[in-house]
Design a binder for this molecule. Structure first.
Ligand code: PMP
Length: 432
């Protein structure tokens, strides 16, 4: 595989961009080698700067549930573009998208922002403003974006780049420990631990934020007992915030909330809600959302929030999903077939793996035994995963370049892509 142009671009990038990338997991730090520079994408495929084509399992880290460059999304963006790119004043599309999100999810009011990070950061400020309390609770290995108070025992790229310290110690330099100390950390899928923490500090806790299905430590699936303990935090007056940035509009029309039967007070969205353009959002009951400025005292703003192109992409994406609900069954079936095929291939070559899957999210953990929490995930053989990843890439399959991430399947993935992927996987396992 010739990657001369990507290599050249990466060298140039490193001279002007820290690490050559604008988001750490893109750097291939966890798997070795240099990142590929992508020139274009269509359906289930990415094409790099050297003209190599790959079956894509990143899907821009979640947004591209319809596949890349979907005609309905492209046309909606082009139509919006013809009227100008940003006005800094309200537009009709914001109302349409808010209405649609409200209809699909049941959230009474929604505020649009520009990323998942902004959504969770703003929802937590709102929870603090609403409850008048200071502390928040998060779970080890969950990632909610890079706001200061959330870079504590965080997953995603931090599982590769930082040694995780205990307690409320920040996972990143530059986060004052005093600030991080307002974030309490509990174990995912440990209902007793959560109950204990809430018994001790519950009356100081403004909100408990969680990934309903974790994607950022690799895929972790919550147990019913853990979900019950999460809902019980409200008995202490804390708000329950579901971070559906990855799962929203992906695991079901109304995300994990629908699929798992959750009743959060606030929900954060990102990724699919913007159809590949920068959109995040948070929403919930009007009684809480009315605390947001200018209606209420919790300040939150954005020059480009509700951007017309971004709203157009989000609207087109959610409308497509609504018009074609069968897409959920199709991505589920594909991903289930993928899980079965990968398990069989690994088994055939004696490679121990544990595959966690729900809907179109999946992680192949290179280890033996169940993976239910952060600690389990960290037992994975990341060196072996790296070799498997590189072999897949050389064979034209672009997997997530870290053991601790989910892959994302789109409606554009079909039989042909499954066949290419499983054939590549067999060879990759055979070489380990
Ligand atoms: N929450 C979750 C669950 C996420 O997976 C991510 C990003 N992967 C974020 C928040 C942050 O979103 P963004 O990268 O758009 O800021």
């Amino acid at each position: 595989m010739k990657i001369d142009r990507s290599t050249e671009l990466f060298r140039a990038a490193c001279t002007v961009i820290p690490g050559g990338v604008n988001s750490p997991v893109r750097a291939f730090q966890a798997v070795g080698g240099n990142p590929l520079f992508i020139a274009r994408a269509e359906g289930a495929y990415l094409e790099d700067a050297d003209g190599n084509r790959y079956v894509d399992y990143i899907g821009s880290w979640g947004p591209m549930i319809l596949g890349h460059n979907h005609p309905a999304v492209r046309e909606a963006v082009l139509e919006a573009l013809a009227s100008g790119t940003s006005f800094g004043a309200p537009t009709e599309r914001e109302v349409e998208l808010a209405r649609l999100v409200s209809e699909i999810t049941g959230a009474q009011k929604i505020r649009f922002v520009n990323s998942g990070t902004e959504a969770t950061m703003s929802a937590l400020r709102l929870a603090r403003g609403f409850t008048g309390r200071k502390l928040i609770v998060k779970f080890r290995g969950n990632y909610h974006g890079h706001a200061d108070g959330l870079l504590v025992q965080a997953g995603s790229g931090l599982m590769t780049t930082s040694a995780q310290l205990g307690g409320s110690a920040p996972s990143s330099a530059g986060v004052p420990p005093e600030y991080a100390s307002l974030t309490l950390v509990a174990e995912y899928n440990d209902p007793a631990g959560l109950r204990e923490l809430m018994r001790e500090r519950g009356d100081e806790v403004a909100a408990v934020i969680f990934e309903p299905v974790v994607g950022n430590a690799g895929v972790l699936i919550p147990t019913p007992e853990f979900l019950a303990a999460l809902h019980a935090v409200r008995e202490h007056g804390a708000l329950l915030i579901a971070d559906e940035v990855m799962t929203g509009f992906r695991l079901a029309p109304a995300g994990a909330t629908e699929r798992l039967g959750l009743e959060p007070d606030l929900i954060c969205w990102g990724k699919v809600i913007g159809g590949g353009l920068p959109v995040g959002a948070y929403g919930g009951r009007a009684e809480i959302m009315n605390f947001v400025s200018p209606e209420g005292p919790v300040y939150q703003a954005g020059t480009l929030s509700g951007n017309p192109l971004a709203m157009a992409a989000g609207l087109a994406t959610l409308r497509q999903l609504r018009a074609h609900p069968e897409i959920y069954a199709s991505v589920d079936a594909y991903t289930e077939g993928l899980a079965r095929g990968l398990q069989a291939a690994a088994h055939a070559f004696g490679i121990p793996v544990t595959i966690n899957r729900i809907g179109s999210m999946l992680t192949v953990f290179f280890l033996e035994g169940a993976v239910n929490d952060y600690q389990d995930a960290t037992r994975a053989d990341t060196e072996r995963f790296g070799r498997w990843f590189r072999s897949m890439l050389e064979q034209g399959v672009y997997w997530a370049p870290s053991q601790f991430e989910s892959i994302f399947v789109s409606g554009a993935h079909g039989e042909q892509e499954l066949e290419i992927t499983l054939k590549a996987a067999q060879k990759a396992f055979s070489l380990l």
